[in-house]
Design a binder for this molecule. Structure first.
Ligand code: SF4
Ligand code: SF4
Length: 346
């Protein structure tokens, strides 16, 4: 690991050089008064002072619609891999934590070649949060800072960035920063101060228990009235799923050509709050009830996924679902805190 400092002017030159390289560069940019990850065409468009993006970088590690294979009747099929070298620039710690979780989920048990090939071609430049969003609660979830997964980590310390190169890819990128100098003790202290501030400030909704207690809390509350109370207002629109960096459910669909023989098999994002998510053959829907779907989302984040990845809670506190939910019921902290209020945890 190497830690350097580069002035903001020189950093802009680095971004220009990156854009001129033979890799696709995706970075955070403004759209009106909000922010998105999109292909970066000019260094001036990059906004590392953003609060939160509308969609998370999940759309690059697990695209909304992805071809898996093409087929020709029962005669043959050919796997399709769509991936290219890509630099993802400006990933916040909570989104990095979500990608780290997805890396684990897609590489254990059934190794997912499509996902993993794409990930291996990806270089991630993370950046510490400079502007807290109105609904972030990453500090409650232990994701206000992150110490793994990225190739490079940037921290804004005023007139410069502290740049940590954590992998060989990250170190190779340092070649595009000839003016960077080893970070001084004062720079490192400024970086520590940013981390300390974010551990405090990124907490607009405070979870009233340790995240590690959530599986136990949920175990006691399967029949709690909160599921029905909240779900009564739910539109089953699935927005909370679509914006979430840790939601990874997909549906597999065949698109058959006019010859009724050849076609392409895709996977596309799905969402457990959508009415037909649990519909199976014979038109049976085993989660027809809105309250059951609403409960499933919170159980998945707080109990089921943690059971697969060593206890890590599958909510990183980005706050996007809170902003996206028209009915104002999707806030996981609100639900978990209500369970805490009404539960004897002794
Ligand atoms: S559940 Fe909501 S706050 Fe948690 S990671 Fe998903 S979108 Fe972000
Ligand atoms: S965004 Fe809100 S209304 Fe829409 S499915 Fe999620 S909880 Fe229900």
């Amino acid at each position: 690991m190497s830690v350097n400092t580069i002035s903001k002017d020189r950093f802009k030159q680095f971004v220009e050089a990156l854009i001129q390289s033979d890799q696709r560069v995706v970075g955070v940019q403004a759209r009106g008064d909000r922010f998105v990850f999109d292909d970066l065409k000019a260094a001036d468009a990059l906004r590392l002072d953003y609060d939160v993006t509308i969609l998370s970088p999940r759309k690059y590690v697990l695209p909304p619609k992805e071809p898996l294979l093409k087929f020709d009747g029962r005669a043959s099929y050919e796997s399709l891999q769509e991936s290219e070298p890509m630099v993802l620039l400006g990933v916040h710690p909570y989104d990095m934590a979500a990608i780290n979780q997805m890396d684990l989920l897609f590489s254990q048990d059934e190794y997912d070649n499509h996902y993993m090939c794409r990930r291996k071609k990806m270089t991630i430049i993370a950046c510490d949060v400079a502007t807290p969003s109105e609904n972030v609660f990453a500090a409650s979830m232990g994701t206000a800072t992150v110490d793994s997964g990225y190739d490079m980590l940037l921290t804004d310390i005023g007139d410069a960035y502290v740049v940590e190169a954590a992998t060989d890819n990250g170190k190779a990128l340092m070649n595009l920063m000839p003016d960077a100098r080893p970070a001084s003790e004062a720079d490192i202290e400024k970086r520590q101060a940013v981390w300390k501030k974010n551990e405090h400030d990124l907490n607009k909704h405070m979870l009233e228990c340790k995240p590690s207690f959530l599986p136990k809390l949920l175990e006691k509350n399967y029949d709690h009235p909160v599921w029905e109370e909240k779900a009564r207002l739910c539109y089953s629109c699935g927005s909370c799923n679509q914006v979430c960096p840790t939601c990874y459910c997909f549906d597999v669909q065949d698109e058959v050509n006019w010859d009724l023989k050849t076609g392409v098999r895709y996977r596309a994002w799905d969402g457990c709050l959508l009415q037909d998510f649990a519909t199976v053959a014979g038109d049976h829907n085993f989660r027809k009830d809105r309250a059951a779907r609403f409960r499933h989302r919170l159980y998945r984040k707080g109990k089921y996924v943690p059971g697969k990845i060593g206890g890590q809670i599958a909510c990183v506190g980005c706050g996007r679902c809170i902003t996206a939910c028209t009915a104002k019921i999707a806030n996981p902290v609100d639900v978990y805190n209500q369970l805490m209020e009404r539960t004897d945890i002794g």
